[in-house]
Design a protein around this ligand. Structure first.
Ligand code: GBH
Length: 513
């Protein structure tokens, strides 16, 4: 429910606390095919004849940030933040994904942005990858589903350290990769997939019918060709995509650590998105399982044991191919992040839901519940649908996004959970924010309240619970292309007029708040 003023903790943030705001390349840049930029999977996806985007839009122009560095710098500066976090478009600087073909004009765009930020005393925090895979690599070997992606990502990362690392001191390898893996390879709401039917007995997915992706042979250890007919991405490919993502991250970390850290003196880490899963009952297992799948999936390999959570390996590998990490690979993953980057928006309750149809599996969501029956808690088929899954609570305040409820206390519980589970890491909140509808305007009281209450819970976590949070980054600097929801949801501190060729940015109430 809505916090009352009694819930507000009065105090101040540490003097050195970093305040910032953020965007991502595909969501703001536009100029999708200008100055030698290569196509990304999001360009390809949004250009499909039958649009998979709710308002039929694309980010061909978006906020036109590619042409509007000055406008962006102006509004960032007015916020008086200490850092600005943005992502590099891989295919803008490497049109075919490979370092053998460098687009200097794309490098120059990022150089001009970095220099302008520094000139204005704003620290650039740079993400190498926020979901916009070069389409060329998708076609060549299936993107994240092939282990060849690891060396291509490493080469791309090296180029970025080489060209920008003299001025960039905070790197984020990959941004919210669980979302990309799940939406792209499980539900198919994001590219490279098309919308697929969950029911595996009757449905055909893109992977089963499109073909061609493995034409050039499969990767050394796994690849698209490894997926036999009858298997498709949900329940399997989703975990292989994640596998490549984790290994790519670890490679980039070691390259920075071994070759650039000493001279460039920066930090490098990953950001993971996580909802808080609150237990409905006192039996804790279910919400821990959900947190293991959502956050532990990537966090255990990188911040914990080096390996996937036991519960996940057990659940999935009982029926499907779950990727294995060798001893050497576990060592390579472990400890490869200088900070825990956290993207957080909302919470849910883990609660018994009898309507949830798990027999349609495998899916990433239903894979979470296998253990319940396997452990004999419910091995009676008539009870098989009585699985524990997650629900949002209807009294929670909502937003313009179906998935986003306002649960300020959730961020505090999640921060405490991260501290306890991963040995008290330094945490940067790398995304947090709320959406309004396309028709909404400048009086965004909903966002003012959201930030007030969430930020106050962060303060409690620092002061009362001794969580090592060092910075907070608001999503987003301005309204932008909200992925599958197009422009129908506005997350910005600034309002953008998407019919105005100037893409004028106007501060909302929340910007001054
Ligand atoms: C962030 O992810 C993204 O990093 C950012 O680019 C984006 O603009 C922002 O969210 C706002 O959406 O539709 O029910 O399947 C945060 C984690 C995970 C939140 C996927 C939305 C979709 C749930 N996201 N989730 S649903």
């Amino acid at each position: 429910s809505e916090p009352s003023d009694n819930d507000i903790y009065y105090g101040s943030f540490p003097y050195t606390f970093a305040w910032g705001t953020t965007t991502s390349a595909y969501q703001i840049e536009g100029a999708w095919n200008e100055d030698g930029k290569g196509v990304s999977i999001w360009d390809e996806f949004t250009h499909k004849l039958q649009s998979p985007i709710s308002d039929g839009s694309s980010a061909n122009t978006a906020c036109d940030s590619y042409h509007r560095i000055d406008q962006d710098i102006k509004i960032i500066k007015e916020l008086r933040v200490s850092h600005y976090s943005f992502s590099i478009s891989w295919s803008r600087i490497l049109p075919d994904g490979h370092v053998t073909n460098i687009n200097e004009i794309g490098i120059d765009y990022n150089n001009r942005l970095i220099d302008a930020l520094r000139l204005n005393n704003i620290e650039p925090v740079v993400t190498l990858y926020h979901w916009d895979m070069p389409q060329a690599l998708q076609i060549e070997y299936g993107g994240w589903l092939d282990s060849r992606i690891i060396s291509d990502f490493a080469a791309y990362a090296t180029l970025c350290f080489e060209r920008f690392g003299d001025r960039v001191k905070k790197w984020i390898t990959l941004h919210g990769p669980q979302t990309e893996a799940k939406m792209g390879y499980d539900t198919g709401e994001f590219p490279p997939n098309i919308i697929v039917n969950f029911a595996w007995s009757s449905a055909t997915s893109a992977y089963q019918i499109e073909g061609g992706w493995n034409a050039d042979g499969k990767g050394e250890s796994y690849g698209v060709a490894a997926f036999a007919p009858g298997h498709y991405s949900p329940g399997e490919g989703v975990y292989y995509a994640a596998h490549s993502i984790i290994k790519s991250h670890a490679q980039a970390y070691h390259i920075y650590n071994n070759t650039y850290r000493e001279s460039q003196k920066g930090q490098i880490g990953i950001t993971l998105n996580s909802n808080w899963a609150d237990p409905m009952t006192r039996t804790d297992l279910e919400h821990q399982r959900n947190l293991a799948f959502a956050t532990g999936w990537f966090a255990d390999p990188i911040f914990g044991t080096g390996d996937y959570p036991d519960i996940m390996r057990y659940n999935v590998s009982t029926f499907y191919l779950f990727p294995k990490l060798s001893k050497a690979e576990k060592l390579l993953n472990k400890g490869t992040s200088d900070f825990f980057g956290l993207n957080h928006y909302t919470s849910h309750l883990v609660v018994p839901c009898s309507y949830y149809q798990n027999l349609d599996g495998p899916t990433y969501d239903s894979d979470q519940v296998w253990l319940i029956s396997l452990m004999g808690i419910s091995n009676n088929l008539s009870q098989f649908n009585q699985f524990l899954t997650f629900c949002t609570f209807t009294i929670w305040l909502s937003s313009a996004s179906t998935w986003l409820y306002q649960v300020p206390w959730g961020i505090r519980k999640l921060l405490i959970w991260i501290k306890r589970t991963y040995g008290d890491p330094v945490i940067y909140i790398t995304e947090n924010g709320i959406s309004e509808h396309f028709s909404d305007g400048l009086d965004d009281d909903i966002r003012v309240n959201y930030y007030k209450n969430y930020i106050n819970e962060v303060l409690k976590a620092i002061k009362e619970d001794d969580v090592n949070v060092k910075g907070y980054t608001a999503w987003s600097l301005m309204d932008n292309f909200e992925w599958a929801e197009g422009y129908s949801e506005r997350f910005g501190l600034h309002w953008v007029n998407f019919t105005d060729p100037e893409r004028t940015r106007i501060p909302k109430k929340s910007a001054s708040y």
